[in-house]
Design a protein around this ligand. Sequence first.
Ligand code: SF4
Length: 226
Amino acid sequence: MKNKFKEQIKLRGELLKQFGAGYYFEREKKELQKTDKIQLLEKLRKKIGNCKLCELHLKRNNIVFGTGNPEAKIMFIGEAPGEEEDIQGEPFVGRAGQLLTDIITKGMRIAREDVYIANIVKCRPPENRTPKPMEALTCLPFLKGQISIISPQVIVCLGKVAVSFLLQRSEPIGQLRGKWFDYNGIPVMATFHPSYLLRTPSAKADVWKDIQEVMKKVGLPIPVKK
Ligand code: SF4
């Protein structure tokens, strides 16, 4: 048991070194080709393996790595997989996921496959509870690795958990949404999580405003209302 714990600490240290804030591709500022990005994402996924670094591994069915275009201009980051995501091994495939898909396809008028989608933690917290800080911080190097490889033009943080762990902000999401932040030189827009929109449909107008700012930032045309 003691050895297992030591192994986990060692692996975590290695991961932090390889995929943390100082990820080597960022330091080199190397322009990665699509094939490099695909290979690096596969390598990162292999590194995660059957990760047991935090207690979220105990009840998960699948690790939900992330999905989408490795060359995406826009990366969406949510909180954690839910029940459906845990079953399918893909992020944002439940009811909230359908809403996110609508935002992307009907609002932004691009394909879901054009963006990249991931979460702060890769395993479902029991009963969909909020990830504990230690779980989020343990898993974060994997997400940072993905961001470094994909190197999107813009990140959209969906909800308070994404904002607080990626940007180290503690204010309520209502105060942060609609504002631009910075993560290692990448502009980050904070907005509400789609599951909040399911409970509070009136907030959809705010999210649409935030999404339009993102569209302007990456040069997507804003659909004109008829
Ligand atoms: S949530 Fe992340 S750190 Fe925790 S077990 Fe899953 S992959 Fe590992």
